[in-house]
Write a protein that binds this ligand. Structure first.
Ligand SMILES: Nc1nc2c(c(=O)[nH]1)N[C@H]1C(S)=C(S)[C@@H](COP(=O)(O)O)O[C@H]1N2
Ligand SMILES: [Mo]
Length: 425
């Protein structure tokens, strides 16, 4: 009995060192923090024995494929009404509910131009043709025999945050920034397969085409194909989800999501770009001088505070850890600054864990909320020295006719009642 009591007493489970660190950190914040933020001190006499502790629980294999707790049923992808064509649409990742860096497979945002094709992997083929010595017709079995690599990378739709240019319309980080995921992708280097086909000297570009009814296709510079492009068949350890391109997708690390062609069936090597629909009529950026920028491939540095954000409400003044995500298509994140006064002053956040190349990086910073209005912002700086712009700076450069590639600093206003909303400052 004595031992059981010890095991279930949460206070005794905190190792002395981390408890000391917490006290020290609170002291550094001004001491007063602890009273508001610390849980009430209690002893084992306060622990009752609930119903679920009195009988054996559900058996093993209750769910042969594991499911989240039923109490987490609010943590789901969500969509907005108004998709124009049947099957064309998007769903957003609930960033406000996620911890750490990896996006669980069931919560990875979706963007489909003609629905999710129901592909029989045994019948699926990848053709590589055009300016090659030896055209190839590959089955999935063939692809699985090549040497493989696993890489963690973010994928961001260039339409992410596109609704926020003129007004702060999304009152949730899910809808303002949720066309964003970060997975461990496994597959074959595209260069391995291109070497097998033998690319001819005149080759400069590649057309990648999907097997969905929209036949989404994009032109890709051959340099990128040889640098780090992957032919991916697995995602976070399991085979791709149908939504993410089962059985095969292209992954172009750090480049706009649209180019990572799902349900990949064809690669054509050529000496010039193809000017496909999704790089001419769509995914171009209309500039203030009336010209349209095409081939905006790499995503620029961006960050957003995911906690606290509009889906949360602060309970009481005192200690909070502000946390969020930063990423850049140009390499690694070097630094993230956080402001709690709408950009007047900045403090450097901690980057949690190993900072990976073109992957989401979790940042954290301690904050002492005084109970008054506050405006929270984060600003990412990447290893090239590029600094995430304010919305005004971005609009000064790009005008207001752009939809894609909005990487502006996001502001969340905290009101005295602890509620939080999306604002432009
Ligand atoms: N074949 C095909 N590939 C596609 C798309 C598509 O509709 N069809 N959508 C693109 C877009 S716009 C994005 S942002 C990403 C989304 O990837 P995800 O649905 O796995 O998150 O896939 C890209 N690849
Ligand atoms: Mo996209």
């Amino acid at each position: 009995m004595k031992q059981k009591t010890k095991l279930i007493n949460p206070l005794q489970e905190i190792p002395t060192t981390s408890r000391r660190q917490f006290l020290l950190c609170s002291a550094a914040l001004g001491g007063a923090a602890l009273t508001a933020a610390a849980p009430a001190r209690a002893g084992t006499e306060n622990l009752s024995i609930p119903a679920w502790s009195k009988r054996s629980g559900d058996p093993v294999l209750w769910h042969p494929y594991g499911q989240p707790s039923a109490q987490q049923s609010h943590v789901v992808r969500r969509t907005l009404p108004g998709a124009p064509v049947p099957g064309a649409g998007a769903s957003w990742t609930p960033l406000q509910n996620l911890h750490g860096n990896i996006t669980p497979n069931g919560l990875v945002f979706e963007r489909h131009h003609a629905g999710i094709p129901n592909i029989d992997a045994a019948l699926h083929r990848l053709v590589i043709h055009g300016l090659v010595k030896q055209p190839l017709l590959l089955t999935m079995d063939d692809l699985l025999r090549f040497p493989a690599v696993s890489r963690i990378h973010f994928l961001e739709c260039s339409g992410n945050t596109s609704r926020e240019w003129r007004a702060p319309v999304s009152n949730s980080v899910q809808f303002s920034h949720g066309l964003l995921s970060n997975c461990e992708w496994t597959g074959v280097r595209l260069s391995t397969v291109l070497d097998e086909a033998g690319v001819l000297p005149a080759a400069q570009w590649l057309l990648a085409e999907g097997a969905d009814a929209a036949g989404v296709s994009r032109s890709i510079p051959l340099a990128k194909a040889f640098e780090d492009a992957l032919l991916v068949y697995a995602q976070n350890g399991e085979m791709l989800r149908p939504e993410q391109g089962y059985p095969l997708r292209l992954l172009l690390p750090g480049w706009e999501g649209n180019m990572s062609i799902k349900w990949l069936r064809r690669l054509k090597v050529a000496d010039k770009p193809f000017f496909a629909r999704n790089e001419t009529s769509k995914y171009t950026d209309l500039l203030p001088d009336g010209t349209s920028r095409i081939f905006s491939f790499g995503m620029d540095a961006k960050s957003v505070i995911t906690y606290p954000s509009p889906d949360h409400k602060l309970r009481d003044k005192g200690f909070y850890e502000i946390s969020g995500l930063a990423w850049t298509g140009q390499g690694r994140i070097k630094r993230v600054d956080v402001s709690t006064d709408g950009g007047k002053s900045w403090r450097e956040a901690r980057l949690d864990g190993v900072v990976l190349d073109r992957a989401l990086t979790r940042f954290r910073i301690d904050w002492q909320w005084d109970g008054g209005p506050a405006t929270l912002q984060s600003r990412a700086i990447d290893e090239t020295g590029y600094v995430q712009p304010t919305l005004q700076q971005l609009i000064a450069k790009r005008g207001l006719n752009s939809a894609y590639h909005n990487n502006a600093i996001q502001s969340w206003a905290v009101a005295a009642d602890g509620s939080i909303k999306n604002v432009h400052v």
